[in-house]
Design a protein around this ligand. Structure first.
Ligand code: MCN
Length: 793
């Protein structure tokens, strides 16, 4: 019997390939022995006018086929890259050109593009390009941008790309009336996605068919396809984008098109030979994207119970040199900052600032880690001010389970009201307290203190809008072998989509899991898709594959009913066999697929010949008159709005009294992503997120000097946690409050693990040290310096 797979920890089918080194990434794509290789000259200066670029000596080098600067680009290629999510408030949006036009705005900006026989020659060619610069003063960091002594873009006054404000009432009055008030200044520094595989693109132009095939390590194949077609002046139908395995994205690969994603296809078309570009690690650091950098000022008014009566947040967002993704990050911070709480009045304002640094696009969590950090540090500060337990203050502010759907009174990026669909925050709090041992901790702390050891506990709560639209689609095809091929257009970067979508299809159709094969990210198989970001695949494509499988099933039952001369209502499907309940009559889905095609072939064993026979043969019922041939189902899912997952993390840390080294003693997570498709995969996502969060809270930051040079643009200097720095075990408990917005009651899970890290570590370290941290990440040397400063006379 087919067992129900939804909700079970089915092992990931993709891991067989990955663990045996059989993954196939863009750099592994072989499109012929005549492939050429591209390299990019990048600006060594953060801010300068380009006076002259001399490429005279480049083509003299043997093996060089092409060198381009901005002056070689024409038509749409000479225009700035698209601004992907415009917002009416972003009056001063700026995007870069594929190659810098007359000014460079960050170290790493692309200036010239070379194609050669191999990468070595291409890089040698770069060293022959002579660029004359006229230096401009760089603007580095939020303070310098706010001071506006110098401008990043001469036509953007005060370096402000956008100013935005939302409020749910009169915050000044609410603060004035509150029994208690306090203010906080909170900072988070810049970090980066750093997937194992950097960006990469390969392109092949077929002059006979005038078709372009692009392989890209992207989170949105259809997005790349649309941009490439538009920029190269091709019809969409002339461009196919294939996304093979992707070695992580974490947000950086949703940005599209990257300059190379346009230049490589254009070069392939120009030269009539395949061209490849693979980003190296330094390029990833200096020419992809960063996130997180924000400075916040908070004023909160509250009553004796810690209930928030007024919350006023102003923050400054460091957008880097350009705004390819509009205001999405600061808008998410501002609208999802409130998390599971319902202050009486909330006002949030932000300024999005240009700096001469790598541009900012969403990184896993996308603005929510900053929001969660602000809200949770505020909760801790209220508890401290009132001498209350930190969990009691949170409980006093929770939205209650009977208040859903809950409207926070805020407008999201898409202009729609932000409404939480479901959740049970009080129940999560009970679970997380049990899991971490909150009530027992004071005794443990005292015991440790008696031994001269410092320990602290922290807790942080968050909500996450997941599963954003507008749509995602799926195509389900039952083959005559009985195997089921499923295609979704979104891409996959390690989340295990091939497994979870097969689980959903196997359940919906009644076939064996092993018989389902899932393809993602190939515009030839599913040209209508949006992509993998914003924790949307489970909700969007999960729902779409479910609906498409139901369509295929509906047709299968119709044909089977005719073949078996039974009523459809009496049929059931299990293990790929349709049978009439209570009788022995049955037909397998492969045969139903054969019957679905009026033109059929039989194979004659004796003559080894295929014999064509058609509709009406004895014993072979025809398909219904209005049916199309083939046993297929295609459907799209389009939600009315996002669904809100939620969770709580808690951590116990120990800080060394002498060295200020920070050790994680225990980490616990309670997570609610509605119905779980595959609990093992969700837990894997949480583990990955927590590991990334440990990096963001304790190790990773982009260290710029005053001139705009990134000082740690390699894994020698950019500290990522090893397995030794990640908690040995993470205790996880799930709560399942289903979403009423999609057919399977799912909410997203892919970013959750990283959202509360800065908040929860700041809380625990503050608890251990006895003073409040206000800037993250925190290193042992910084913690040591804080201690010294506090003990200084
Ligand atoms: N899932 C589930 N049950 C649920 C919800 C999710 O079983 N109720 C499963 C999904 O089926 C999927 C995984 O959990 O296999 C994550 O689902 P979802 O929350 O829909 O997130 P996406 O699949 O859309 O992935 C995007 C998300 C984001 S936004 C970032 S950033 C991120 C992340 O996923 N980047 C990742 N996780 C990553 N994991 C890896 N290995 N690599 C990345 O680059």
């Amino acid at each position: 019997m087919t067992t129900k797979l939804f909700g079970t920890p089915v092992k990931r089918t993709e891991d067989q390939r990955f663990l045996r080194g059989k993954g196939r990434y863009v750099d592994d794509v072989l499109v012929g022995t005549n492939t050429l290789h591209a390299a990019v000259l990048r600006s060594p200066h953060a801010h300068a006018r380009i006076v002259e670029i001399d490429v005279d000596e480049v083509l003299d080098l043997e093996g060089v086929h092409l060198v381009w600067t901005y002056d070689d680009l024409t038509g749409a290629m000479a225009e700035p890259l698209p601004l992907l999510i415009p917002h009416p408030t972003l009056t001063q949006g700026r995007t870069q050109h594929a190659l810098a036009a007359d000014e460079v705005n960050y170290v790493g900006e692309a200036i010239a593009f070379v194609v050669a026989d191999d990468r070595y020659v291409a890089e040698d060619a770069l060293s022959r390009i002579k660029v004359t610069y006229d230096f401009l003063p760089p603007v580095v960091g939020i303070a310098a941008a706010r001071a506006a002594q110098h401008l990043v873009h001469a036509d953007v006054p005060d370096n402000v790309g956008a100013r935005m404000e939302q409020n749910t009432g009169d915050v000044e009055a609410a603060l004035a009336a509150a029994q208690h008030r306090l203010s906080l200044d909170l900072t988070i520094e810049r970090s980066a996605c750093t997937p194992m595989e950097g960006r990469g693109v390969v392109a092949r132009w077929d002059p006979d068919t005038s078709r372009l095939t692009v392989w890209s390590s992207t989170q949105t194949s259809t997005g790349v396809r649309g941009c490439v077609a538009a920029k190269l002046g091709l019809d969409l139908a002339q461009v196919d984008v294939i996304t093979p395995d992707v070695g992580g994205g974490f947000g950086v690969k949703i940005n599209h098109p990257w300059p190379e994603e346009l230049l490589v296809p254009l070069a392939a078309q120009t030269l009539g030979r395949p061209v490849k570009f693979t980003e190296d690690r330094r390029e990833h650091f200096i020419s992809s994207a960063h996130e997180r950098g924000q400075v916040h000022e908070v004023t909160v008014g509250f009553d004796d119970d810690g209930r928030i009566l007024g919350l006023d947040v102003m923050f400054w967002h460091d957008h880097g040199a350009f705004t390819p993704y509009g205001l999405i990050v600061p808008i998410i911070t501002s609208t999802q900052l409130l998390g599971p709480y319902k202050p009486d009045v909330y006002r949030v304002r932000f300024e999005s600032l240009y700096t001469n640094t790598v541009m900012v696009t969403p990184y896993r969590g996308a603005g929510r880690p900053q929001g969660c950090y602000v809200m949770e540090r505020t909760m801790d500060a209220i508890a401290e001010a009132l001498g209350k337990d930190r969990t009691d203050v949170r409980a006093a502010n929770f939205i209650q389970p009977d208040e859903f759907p809950f409207d926070q009174g805020l407008i999201f990026q898409d202009g729609r009201e932000l409404e939480y669909d479901s959740g049970d925050y009080p129940a999560s709090l009970v679970k997380i307290k049990e899991l971490i041992g909150w009530d027992e901790f004071p005794a443990f702390k005292a015991e440790m203190a008696a031994q001269g050891r410092r320990v602290g506990i922290g807790l942080a709560c968050y909500v996450e809008g997941t599963g954003v639209g507008p749509y995602e689609g799926a195509h389900v095809h039952i083959e005559t072998s009985g195997r089921v091929k499923v295609a979704t257009g979104l891409t996959t970067q390690g989340q295990g989509h091939q497994t979870v979508f097969a689980q959903i299809v196997a359940d919906a159709l009644g076939v064996r899991f092993e018989d389902v094969e899932v393809t993602t990210g190939d515009t030839r198989k599913m040209p209508y898709a949006v992509g993998t970001f914003a924790s949307r695949a489970a909700v969007m494509s999960g729902s779409a594959v479910h609906l498409a499988a139901l369509r295929a099933k509906e047709k299968a039952l119709r044909i089977a009913a005719e073949a078996l001369e039974a009523d459809e209502a009496d049929l059931e499907i299990a293990d790929g066999v349709v049978s009439v309940k209570g009788t022995g009559a049955s037909i397998d889905l492969g045969t139903v697929a054969v019957l679905s095609n009026p033109l059929r072939y039989a194979f004659d064993e004796a003559s080894k010949a295929a014999t064509q026979f058609s509709v009406g043969d004895p014993g072979k019922p025809p398909v219904a008159e209005d049916d199309e041939p083939g046993l297929e189902g295609r459907d799209f899912y389009s939600p009315s709005r996002s669904t809100f997952a939620s969770g709580m993390h808690a951590v116990i840390v120990e800080t060394d009294p002498l060295t200020a080294e920070i050790k994680i003693l225990k980490y616990a997570v309670v997570h609610d992503c509605g119905h779980l498709i595959n609990p093992m995969i969700v837990e894997g996502q949480i583990h990955g997120g927590v590991a990334q969060g440990v990096g963001g809270a304790l190790y990773e930051r982009m260290a710029y000097d005053e001139s705009g040079q990134l000082l740690n643009a390699s894994f020698m200097d950019f500290l990522m946690p090893y397995v030794t720095e990640v908690p040995e075990s993470i205790e996880i408990d799930h709560l399942e409050t289903p979403s009423p917005l999609n057919p399977l009651g799912i909410k997203g899970a892919g970013e959750a693990g990283v959202i509360p890290s800065a908040a929860v570590f700041a809380a625990a370290i503050s608890d251990a040290e006895g003073f409040a941290l206000t800037s993250m990440p925190i290193s042992p040397s910084e913690l040591f310096a804080l201690r010294q400063a506090r003990s200084a006379p």
